[in-house]
Design a protein around this ligand. Sequence first.
Ligand code: GCU
Length: 407
Amino acid sequence: MYVQKIPWEANYDESQMPVYTLPDPLRCQDGSTVKTADEWMKKRRGELLRMFKDVMYGELPPLPDRVRYELLSEKRDARGGKAIRREVRIHLEMNNGRSHHIDMLYYLPAKASGKVPVFVGLTFIGNHVITDEPDARITGTAGDQEGNPINRERGFQVRRFPIDTILERGYALAVASYHDVFPDRLTGWETSIYQLFFQGEELKRPKGYSCIGAWAWGISRMLDYLETVPEIDGAKAAVFGHSRLGKTSLWAGVTDERFKLVCVNDSGCGGAALSRRLYGETLFSMCNFHSIGKYWFTETLEAKAAHPEDLPLDQHELIALVAPRAVAVHSAIEDQWADPKGEYLSAYYAGPVFRLFGKTPLESENPPEIEHPVGTDVSYYCRNGKHDLLLSDWQHYMDMADRIFGK
Ligand code: GCU
């Protein structure tokens, strides 16, 4: 049987996996079993959410004393007349004088007849990587560091953002750089949004908080603003994210119930994938061989990462916390590091909770064929190819959004 040890070697052999038992999402800490949607919402949801905060993602940061929005630019004929493009600075301000800002870029379909639904998420690097437009601002420079400057190349990740297709299908798209919220590195705390709330030694790693918690919080602050945009229907918001930002979109979707659709792409370990499977990346490798586990998650997870079998939770319960709203879990077959099967099983085992609400969970314990999306309220899609966010992922997210938002 596979044993996690130093030197690290990932397991890709199902026959070597430990035999594991998943915690029952419906079973309360007092031993009783939830039988109705009402009991779930009033009793179990809260205690499970508490556990995910305590063990994995930490508390959500508080709200700042003041939030102010500054319109940095507006272009009403962007993308050859297809889009209205705006750049907005979200100023987060404290009475004690401390402040922080997040620069958001968003597009609206120019020809929409009424309010439109919106996809909200963070980008790796900066806003400028999702578009070739020469006048889009370069953002995310807080991610710059010696030996590892941010990529200032425009359009570097356009393949991940089929903006025109998203607009043609009648959706708005809003992004901000994750570095603006929490620069993605071990020492990122000091220049993150946490500097609004902590100082000195405490700021080096505020106990009971995490980087993913900050990123998710940042997405909620974006939605606060987007709800005020006249062209956007704030009641029809979807959150999306890829990879570490897929872990983040899942947490944002769980903690912010304004998101009616939660799109989770190639999120892997600490995201949609079951931790107990020990297939591909594990919590142990994340916390012990890469520095990422030491700030993406809480210090509690770091201490417990070697033994996921002892954790009071697993990731199917995180997906369950989205219920009764909708969730779409995506994998890529060549992304074995993220454990596509573990991502599917997690979505599948969240089923009993969705069923309480009369929602349709995934039907089969066996993952579907590659390139065959399945499911309605809980959906799953595994595409061909590598770890990435591609047009076919977006097509499926938008098909799902069309259904959920009744387009
Ligand atoms: C690494 C990491 C993953 C993460 C991914 C990413 O591969 O091990 O957990 O999802 O980076 O965010 O790109």
